[in-house]
Design a protein around this ligand. Structure first.
Ligand code: XMP
Length: 514
C-alpha cells in the first residue's frame, strides 16, 4: 500500500519496536527493516524519513553493522539515535571513540531550541542515555545542537541536508520530551501529514478484505483473545456470514470466559458470522490425566487443540481463506522485519493445522502493534472488556496449575482467579498492572477452619509490570487489597487453605506459574 511512511533501520538495539510505536503515536505509519536492507529497496519504498536505531556494536570496529553513505545522499531526512547517531558521524567523516565517561541513566541535556528538532522543548531537559562510545568530533557540515556535562555532542544537525543525530534515546519514556522530539522530526523535518489513523485503517482494511475474498468462504480460529477477536470482527464486517469462527473451549479458560466469548460472537451477539463452539473440556482433561511435567502439558494441549480444530474444519469442508491474528511484533520477531534477535518462546495454542484445506491466509492485523490492535477493536465497537483483556496464554489454566490438571483443580483456580481480578478492579488497579492472575500450587498443607482441621491446596497470586513481557517486575499491591483477596479466597473457594503472593521478578522467575 502506498501510504506516507517513516522507516526505522534496525541496528539491533533493544528499543527498535519502541521507536516505530512512538512514530505511529504521532499518526505516521512506520515500518522496521534490518540494516542489511538493500538501498534500492529503501528508495523504492519512498519513505518520508528514515530513523537509524541504537545497537550493541561500536561503529568503528571491523564488521560492525553499518550503512552506505548513499543513504545520506537521497535527500530523505535521516535521524540517527545513539548508535545510529554515531554511525552518521562515522560514515560522513566525524570521529567516534570510546567515551572517557560512560553515560547511563537519566541525564540533563542542554539543547538548542532554535533547531527544528527541539522546537518547544525546554532548554534543559532530562534524557535517557546509554552509551559507552561517543562522538568526539562531528562530521563536516554538522553543528552541535545539544550537550551534557560529559558529552560534548549529545545531538548534532546538518540542517540543509536534513540529517540529525541524537546520542540519547527519545523513544523511551525516561526522556521527558522525547515524544515531542520525534514529533518534530516527522512533522517539522520530514513534512509528514499524519494520515495514520485507526478509523481510516479499519475502513480501508475492510474494503480490501471484501475485494480479496469476493464470495469465498473464510475460516477463523477464535480464542477470545484480543487479536483473534479483532481479526474476526473485521472479517465479519467485511464478508458477514461467509465467515465461520471456530471457538474451542478446552476447559482451561478463565471463569465464565467460554460463555462470554459466546455472548459476543454467538448467534445472540451483534455480529454476522457463523459461530461454532466446541465444548471439548472432557477431551482435554482426559488427555492431561496423570501428566505433571509442564512442557508435556503444553504439548498435549497444543496438539489436542489442533485435532479438535481440524475435525471441525473437515466438517466445514474446503475454504478459500484462513484468518490469522498475526500482529506486527510477530512479523518483526520472526525475522521478517527488523534485526534484533528476539527469541520467540511461546506460540499460541497449537499453531496452524497442516491439512486444513485452504488456499490463502488472511492476516488483517499484520501491520499493527498491540495497542493499535486495541484501538482498532474499539473502532470496530468490540466491548472494552474484551479489547483490554490481559494476555492469556494459549494453554490457559493448564499452565497455571502446577502438577496434574483435573476438572476440580481448574474450578478452584478459576474461582480464586475471579476473586483476585474482582478485587484488583475494585481497588482501581486493573488498568495499572500489566498482568495478574491466580495459580494453583501443587502444595497441600494443614490448616484449621472453624474447628476443623484442613489439608488443602495453596494458591499463588501473581502480579507483574512489564514493557515487553521478556522481563518483569513484581507489582506492589497494597497489603490491604492482598489481605482482602486472601480472606475471600479462603472463605469462598473450597479446597484452598493458604494464599501466597509471588514476589519473584522475571528473571529469575517467569511470568506464568507452571
Ligand atoms: P513467561 O511465563 O514466559 O510469559 O514469562 C511471558 C508472557 O507470555 C505469555 N505466555 C504465553 N502466551 N502462549 C501464549 O500465547 C503460551 O504458550 C504462553 N506461555 C506464556 C504469558 O502469559 C506472559 O504474558
Amino acid at each position: 500500500m502506498n501510504r506516507e511512511k517513516i522507516i526505522v533501520i534496525d541496528f539491533g538495539g533493544q528499543y527498535n519496536q519502541l521507536v516505530a510505536r512512538r512514530v505511529r503515536e504521532c499518526s505516521v505509519y512506520c515500518e522496521i527493516y534490518s540494516y542489511k536492507t538493500d538501498i534500492e529497496q529503501i528508495k523504492a519504498m519512498n519513505p518520508k524519513g528514515i530513523i537509524l536505531t541504537g545497537g550493541p556494536n561500536s561503529c568503528y570496529e571491523e564488521n560492525a553493522a553499518s550503512c552506505s553513505k548513499e543513504l545520506f545522499e537521497l535527500g530523505i531526512p535521516v535521524l540517527g539515535l545513539c548508535y545510529g547517531a554515531q554511525l552518521i558521524m562515522h560514515v560522513l567523516g566525524g570521529r567516534v571513540c570510546k567515551a572517557p565517561v560512560r553515560e547511563y541513566g537519566k541525564i540533563q541535556v542542554t539543547v538548542d531550541t532554535s533547531s527544528k528538532l527541539f522546537r518547544d522543548v525546554s532548554e534543559k531537559t532530562i534524557c535517557w542515555m546509554s552509551h559507552n562510545d561517543y562522538i568526539e568530533r562531528i562530521a563536516p557540515g554538522f553543528e552541535i545542537i545539544a550537550r551534557t556535562s560529559d558529552c560534548p555532542v549529545a545531538a548534532a544537525q546538518w540542517e540543509e541536508r536534513k540529517l540529525y543525530a541524537i546520542q540519547f534515546h527519545p523513544e523511551v519514556l525516561h526522556t521527558k520530551e522525547g515524544s515531542k522530539m520525534l514529533h518534530n522530526f516527522v512533522y517539522k523535518v520530514c513534512g509528514c501529514e499524519g494520515a495514520w489513523r485507526m478509523d481510516t485503517f479499519v475502513e480501508t482494511s475492510i474494503r480490501a478484505i471484501r475485494e480479496k475474498v469476493g464470495s469465498g468462504k473464510v475460516l477463523c480460529a477464535l480464542s477470545g483473545g484480543v487479536d483473534s477477536s479483532v481479526a474476526a470482527v473485521m472479517l465479519s464486517k467485511a464478508v458477514g456470514d461467509q465467515l465461520t469462527c471456530v471457538f474451542v473451549d478446552h476447559g482451561l479458560l478463565r471463569k465464565n470466559e467460554g460463555d462470554e466469548v459466546e455472548e459476543v460472537f454467538g448467534p445472540n451477539g451483534p455480529y454476522d458470522l457463523n459461530f461454532i463452539r466446541v465444548n471439548a473440556q472432557e477431551r482435554f482433561y482426559e488427555k492431561l490425566k496423570g501428566v505433571e511435567e509442564p512442557e508435556k502439558k503444553r504439548k498435549i494441549i497444543g496438539e489436542e487443540f489442533i485435532r479438535v480444530f481440524e475435525e471441525e474444519a473437515k466438517k466445514i469442508g474446503a475454504v478459500e481463506f484462513l484468518v490469522q491474528g498475526t500482529i506486527y511484533p510477530d512479523v518483526v520477531e520472526s525475522g521478517l522485519g527488523g534485526e534484533s534477535a528476539v527469541i520467540k518462546s511461546h506460540h499460541n495454542v497449537g499453531g496452524l493445522p497442516d491439512y486444513v484445506d485452504f488456499k490463502e491466509v488472511i492476516e488483517p492485523l499484520r501491520d499493527l502493534f498491540k495497542d493499535e490492535v486495541r484501538k482498532a477493536g474499539l473502532e470496530l465497537g468490540i466491548p472494552e472488556k474484551l479489547v483490554f483483556r490481559q494476555p492469556f496464554p494459549g494453554p490457559g489454566l493448564g499452565i497455571r496449575i502446577v502438577g496434574e490438571v483435573t476438572a476440580q483443580k481448574v474450578a478452584m483456580v478459576q474461582d480464586a482467579d475471579a476473586i483476585y481480578r474482582e478485587e484488583i478492579a475494585r481497588a482501581g488497579l486493573d488498568k495499572e498492572i500489566g498482568q495478574y492472575f491466580a495459580a494453583l500450587t501443587n502444595m497441600r498443607s494443614v490448616g484449621v477452619m472453624g474447628d476443623e482441621r484442613t489439608y488443602d491446596y495453596a494458591v499463588a497470586l501473581r502480579a507483574v509490570n512489564t514493557v515487553d513481557f521478556m522481563t518483569a517486575e513484581t507489582a506492589e499491591i497494597p497489603f490491604a487489597v492482598l489481605t482482602k483477596v486472601m480472606n475471600r479466597i479462603i472463605n469462598e473457594v473450597k479446597g484452598i487453605n493458604r494464599v501466597f503472593y509471588d514476589l519473584t521478578s522475571k528473571p529469575p522467575g517467569t511470568i506464568e506459574f507452571e
